[in-house]
Write a protein of this length. Structure first.
Length: 226
C-alpha cells in the first residue's frame, strides 16, 4: 500500500464546523470553545506523557535551560520570558490573539500539574520510547484540534502559523524548523537534550499537519491549502 504523504504539503489551518468566525471575540461560539478546551487538554496530556517517558525534554525546555545558564533565571521565569519574546515576534507577523492564547497557558499547565502524578513510569527503554512517540502524536493532534477552533493560538503555535503565512511553506516544515532552532540555541547555551527532544522537534510538525489533514478529510467540505 502506497504511503500518502500529502499532509506534509498542507499550508494553513483548515476551517471546519467548530472554527470560530473571528479569533478575537468576546462572544465565541460555544462549540469553538469546547473544541478549544478538548484540544488543549489533549495537547497537555501528550506533553505529560513525553515528560514521564524521561528520554529528553521538549525543545523549548532545552532553550529555557540554556537561558538559565546565561542569565541565572529559574526555568519557569526563563520560559515566561521566552514566551513573551515570542509574542513580541507576533507583531511583524500580524498575528491575532484570542482567548485561546490565554487558555493555552492556563489549561496546559493545569493538565500537566494534575496528570503527571498519575501517569505510570515505565522501566523499559523501548516502552519509554514508544510512549514518547505516542506523546508527540497526541500533542500534534490536540494542537490541530485547538488551532482549528480559531480562537487564538499559543505563543509558539502563533509563531508557526504567522511564519507559515509569510513564507507560504508547509506547516510541517515551518514547525520543525522552529523546534530545531530552539534546540540549537538552547544546546549552544548549555541546555540538555535527549532522544525525546529530537523526536519532538522532528515529529510535532508532521504530527500536527497529519492531524489537520485527517480532520479535514473527515469533516471538511473544502480542500485544505496544499
Amino acid at each position: 500500500m502506497k504511503l500518502n504523504l500529502r499532509f506534509l504539503s498542507i499550508r494553513g489551518v483548515p476551517t471546519l464546523f467548530w472554527s470560530s468566525p473571528k479569533a478575537l471575540t468576546i462572544t465565541p461560539p460555544m462549540k469553538s470553545v469546547a473544541f478549544l478546551i478538548v484540544g488543549l487538554t489533549l495537547f497537555g496530556l501528550g506533553e505529560a506523557i513525553l515528560i514521564v517517558a524521561a528520554i529528553g525534554v521538549s525543545p523549548w525546555t532545552v532553550l529555557a535551560q540554556g537561558i538559565t545558564h546565561i542569565m541565572g533565571w529559574s526555568i519557569g521565569f526563563a520560559t515566561l520570558m521566552t514566551s513573551l519574546f515570542v509574542l513580541i515576534c507576533w507583531l511583524p507577523l500580524k498575528q491575532t490573539p484570542g482567548i485561546g492564547t490565554l487558555l493555552n497557558i492556563l489549561i496546559i499547565a493545569s493538565v500537566l500539574d494534575f496528570l503527571l502524578p498519575y501517569i505510570p513510569r515505565l522501566e523499559s527503554s523501548f516502552f519509554n520510547f514508544m510512549a514518547a512517540m505516542f506523546g508527540v502524536v497526541l500533542t500534534g493532534f490536540g494542537g490541530a484540534v485547538y488551532l482549528i477552533s480559531n480562537l487564538g493560538p499559543g505563543p509558539r503555535d502563533g509563531l508557526m502559523t504567522g511564519l507559515q503565512r509569510v513564507t507560504d511553506f508547509p506547516i510541517a516544515w515551518v514547525r520543525s524548523a522552529i523546534e530545531l532552532t530552539a534546540i540549537c540555541i538552547g544546546w549552544s547555551l548549555g541546555g540538555n537534550l535527549g532522544i525525546g527532544t529530537v523526536l519532538f522537534a522532528l515529529g510535532i510538525g508532521p504530527s500536527m499537519a497529519a492531524s489537520m489533514y485527517f480532520l479535514q478529510s473527515i469533516f471538511g467540505k473544502t480542500k485544505v491549502g496544499v
